[in-house]
Write a protein that binds this ligand. Sequence first.
Ligand code: R5P
Length: 301
Amino acid sequence: MTPLVYAWPGREALGAALVDALGGEPGRLELRRFPDGESYVRLASAPAGRHVVLACGLERPDDKCTGIYFAAATARELGARSVGLVAPYLAYMRQDARFRDGEAIASRAFARWLSSSVDWLVTLDPHLHRHASLDEVYSIPTRTVSSAAVIGRWIATNVPAALVVGPDAESAQWAGAIATAAGCPHVVLEKTRRGDRDVEVHLPALDRWRGRTPVLIDDIISTAQTMATAALGLRETGLASPLCIGVHALFADGAMSALDAAGVVRVVTCNSIVHATNGIDVLPAVATETAQMLAAFAASH
Ligand code: R5P
């Protein structure tokens, strides 16, 4: 039987890409809130005997986790052969250590919960900093898709004489791979975070890169303080005003105004999260990896 893909509202494009790549069928999913705020979930297409794929990004995760849990549990109860989650953005990866006594290590707790809810997971560029891979925290099979090649192609096509700039040490992994794919040089800055909306960025000597267009790259744009502070620093060195590319467009309140105020000429993001700045299509890569994940999972179960 062909896989059944249940796409969350707003994630129809992801659902369609998955149906296409898996040779699957769209499943009908009913989601709503009761008047008291509790979640109602109905799998209106029967999952019995089918490999089930839930297509739901994990941005704003607290709004979605109950629905994912109920949908996965219901699919299992009704006889699904397997239940996988395709979440192009994977939440709770940044709180990956206990920085102060008593803090939740959200990356671990969330991974334990998700690993008990679904059979496999596909995601794109998870924020891996203190965890070397998802296998450190997830006990189910996972696959991670990299956006580097597609972002590199976008830069090569759209930005002549680019200089890829990673704003902090964590971004070195993406900046290097993207610069290689774009065929341009890259530099990495140093960031100190003092609070949710308070960061300081230190720049190395950049004189030799005058004449190039800086392209700031980060995996996540949330408050945009990282990008905005780095952009201001770059402009102060006399480099051209930068473009910003973010993989995951979380965009907390005030993020866009912060980037405007920092003199960023253009902001482009991948469509791992649906946002007005989306300009780089990563869904085909996510769908292809999902097809490989499901084929491997089905062969071994
Ligand atoms: C953290 O190190 C991430 O790679 C990003 O730099 C960070 O999440 C961006 O957050 P914000 O936009 O709030 O500065």
